[in-house]
Design a binder for this molecule. Sequence first.
Ligand code: FES
Length: 121
Amino acid sequence: MANDKLKPACTRHELDQADFLTRSIQFKKQPVSAIIFAFEDSVYAYVNHCMHMHRPLNCEQDAIFDETGKYLRCSMHGFIFDPKTGECQSPVCFGQRLQALRLEEIDGTVYFAEKHLTLID
Ligand code: FES
């Protein structure tokens, strides 16, 4: 059952049709972009800020995955991240993580489940 912590992000169908979606949100009082994607049957969302130089992962290309489809990849300098944890696998930022955003999927709708998050669009 939905509660006031849940904000609709997209439908599961939309996610299954796209490599990823972006949403403009306010998180912890900052306007940021979120990336949302399905990976191995689960859904994930992160603040779209690479920890290297705080660029969006899709800043240079309209993609957030590498060519294998197994890792997230920042198109600025090519750093890669584990899609399930957001942990950086590249040496300079090894072990640092993208900011994860909790999601809940209810009856085909995917919700942000974060208290300090509001939708901008
Ligand atoms: S800004 Fe992402 S790899 Fe450099």
